[in-house]
Ligand binder design. Structure first.
Ligand code: C5P
Length: 330
């Protein structure tokens, strides 16, 4: 009996030892994880604070994808008098989009821009305290019956493209417009609070902008255009040709001849906003850019644009959580 009791006591001690060492080891391991976790969070916080104050920042560099290799935060986004001189490669590319134009011609036209329009540096206020949201509204027919209107209007900036109207479509596309990107052939009047943003695909587009606010003598480009435009002169902006080339090379991998206005607009938003919400992008199954407001259909792969490649890039940006896509109905 004594032997049995001694054996049981021995086993009991052995089990207690085993149990306590497991608990100690477990706690040690757990504590270690907490230490590592806290250290990592602290280290990340100290060395790399969040780039903006939104819940998810489009520009968060902590993510492992190809975005940072392509994204150039210092690219010239908008033309002003101090950055209007073009690098030779930029001028060469831009010149290639149009009938030949000379540097001298460009310089003499651009000289007239900034006495006329505001010459400010815009959107250099990015930082950890800013959370600016952008709705980029393309013209796709997938907006019809979407009921996205209030969602679109809830963004700080609502950026529209070309002729995309709001009147009569408010339920699906919203009613606010802070920026409208256009070129002479797609121009429409905007109200006093909206930034008219010219996307100059050619020299004549800049000349037209000047003329529309002054002499009104340009009435034709490759087609008849409006000789005038209603817009707040102090809110006019002009995309920089350097930005247009950057989007073409870095983001469309030089597919097509030049990026579509919609794709340029989306990239513009990624450079001025911290959170980018994308609406109204997406062709029909047959590869046509249809509109929510008229019956026109344009093949999205054509002599100018690589719409399919642009769309794949947009889907990749969505997957990488750089943008949020609202795909609508069709
Ligand atoms: O037709 P429009 O060029 O005015 O449309 C503006 C932009 O919206 C296009 O440049 C394109 O990027 C986008 N779009 C689209 N799918 C459509 C129609 C337009 O992605 N069905």
């Amino acid at each position: 009996m004594a032997i049995v009791l001694r054996t049981l006591r021995h086993h009991h001690r052995y089990l207690t030892f085993l149990l306590s060492s497991t608990i100690v080891l477990f706690c040690f391991h757990f504590q270690n994880s907490v230490v590592i976790f806290t250290y990592n969070s602290y280290f990340r916080y100290v060395s790399e604070p969040a780039p903006c104050a939104c819940a998810t920042c489009a520009l968060d560099r902590g993510r492992a994808d190809g975005f940072s290799a392509r994204y150039e935060p210092t690219v010239h986004l908008l033309l002003n008098s101090s950055n209007s001189e073009l690098r030779a490669d930029v001028f060469g590319w831009w010149k290639g989009l149009q009938n030949v134009t000379s540097v001298a011609n460009y310089t003499s036209v651009v000289k007239n821009l900034f006495p006329l329009f505001s010459d400010k540096e815009h959107y250099s206020d990015a930082g950890p305290d800013r959370c600016r949201t952008c709705a980029v509204v393309g013209n796709s027919g997938n907006l019809l019956r979407s009921h996205y209107g209030p969602l679109i209007d809830s963004n700080d900036f609502v950026v529209r493209i070309n002729k995309g109207p709001t009147g009569g479509f408010e339920k699906d596309v919203g009613s606010r417009t802070t920026h409208r990107i256009m070129y002479p052939e797609s121009s429409v009047d905007v109200d006093n609070s909206t930034h008219l943003v010219l996307s100059p695909f050619k020299m004549l587009d800049i000349e037209w902008l000047i003329s529309a606010f002054t002499t009104k003598n340009i009435t034709k480009t490759y087609m008849n255009v409006s000789s005038t435009i209603q817009a707040n002169k102090d809110k006019v902006m002009i995309l920089h040709p350097e930005f247009m080339k950057y989007v073409y090379v870095n983001w469309t991998d030089s597919h097509g001849r030049y990026p579509s206005t919609g794709f340029l607009t989306l990239m513009f938003a990624l450079h001025i906003c911290d959170e980018v919400n994308v609406f109204g992008f997406g062709a029909t199954k047959a590869g046509q850019w249809h509109h929510y407001f008229d019956e026109t259909l344009t093949l999205y792969v054509n002599e100018s644009h690589a719409g399919d490649f642009e769309y794949q890039t947009i889907l990749r940006l969505e997957q990488e959580k750089r943008i949020v896509m609202f795909k609508g109905w069709t």
